[in-house]
Design a protein around this ligand. Structure first.
Ligand SMILES: Nc1ncnc2c1ncn2[C@@H]1O[C@H](COP(=O)(O)OP(=O)(O)O)[C@@H](O)[C@H]1O
Ligand SMILES: Cc1cn([C@H]2C[C@H](O)[C@@H](COP(=O)(O)OP(=O)(O)O)O2)c(=O)[nH]c1=O
Length: 202
């Protein structure tokens, strides 16, 4: 039996890593594969160089997409085919939401165009948990953790958030939206409920 693919998406500072760490240390998830995008491989390193420099927006999208291709063929597909459930902290949804903003004006329908270049080889998630929060709150949280990427600007993240909500509206069968302007325990409870309703009870 094929495993299930669960992705965690949301703007910077929406709480994905915090919840991922909780899931990792939960014994119910000991057989799950945990992964992330950008990956920790060499293409992921190249992506990180792009993020932390003034790289051309199209080049950046293509690096993120190359990282995804490597991720799919080397980790995602083999794991799913061997029956393992996979949880990815960011995935294709990040491209559809973020690069649709950075490439606005370069293509008539940037989100549609980015989705198009993924078609035929990507694996769509069975469940996407969308960590939804006002960027004013998430940026303040990021400020507290010290590091800053070029994407951590309120106006930019407002547009990214709107794109995520558009994606959720287009795919209600697989998106679960979770308000993350709440205590971590409450968020965790909702995330567990969404995952267990896909993979069966613990
Ligand atoms: N529910 C929450 N309430 C308050 N602060 C939070 C909450 N979740 C995460 N944080 C803090 O916000 C910052 C960003 O969270 P993080 O999990 O790294 O987000 P992401 O992985 O989505 O960028 C961290 O400093 C984290 O400790
Ligand atoms: C995977 C991915 C990430 N990103 C952005 C989101 C983040 O600002 C940045 C790095 O991702 P990440 O390290 O997950 O950041 P965070 O922990 O703050 O959520 O890259 C894209 O713009 N497109 C993508 O396809």
């Amino acid at each position: 039996m094929k495993g299930k693919l669960i992705t965690l998406e949301g703007i910077d500072g929406s709480g994905k890593s915090t919840i991922t760490e909780r899931l990792r240390s939960n014994p119910d998830f000991k057989d799950f594969v945990f992964t992330r995008e950008p990956t920790t491989g060499w293409i992921g390193d190249a992506v990180n160089r792009a993020i932390h420099s003034d790289t051309d927006d199209l080049a950046e999208l293509l690096l993120f997409t190359a990282d995804h291709a490597e991720h799919i063929s080397k980790l995602i597909l083999p794991a799913l085919e061997s029956g393992q459930n996979v949880i990815s902290d960011r995935y294709s949804g990040s491209r559809y939401a973020y690069q649709a903003v950075t490439l606005k004006g370069k293509f008539p329908e940037p989100m549609e165009w980015i989705q198009q270049i993924h078609r035929g080889w990507t694996v769509d998630p069975d469940l996407t948990v969308l960590f939804d929060i006002d960027p004013k709150i998430s940026v303040e949280r990021c400020g507290n953790r010290g590091e800053q990427t070029k994407f951590e600007k309120i106006d930019f993240l407002e547009e990214v958030r709107a794109n995520y909500l558009k994606l959720a509206e287009a795919h209600p069968e697989r998106f679960v939206i979770i308000n993350t302007d709440r205590p971590v325990d409450e968020i965790e409870k909702d995330v567990l409920e969404a995952i267990f309703s896909l993979v069966g009870t613990r």
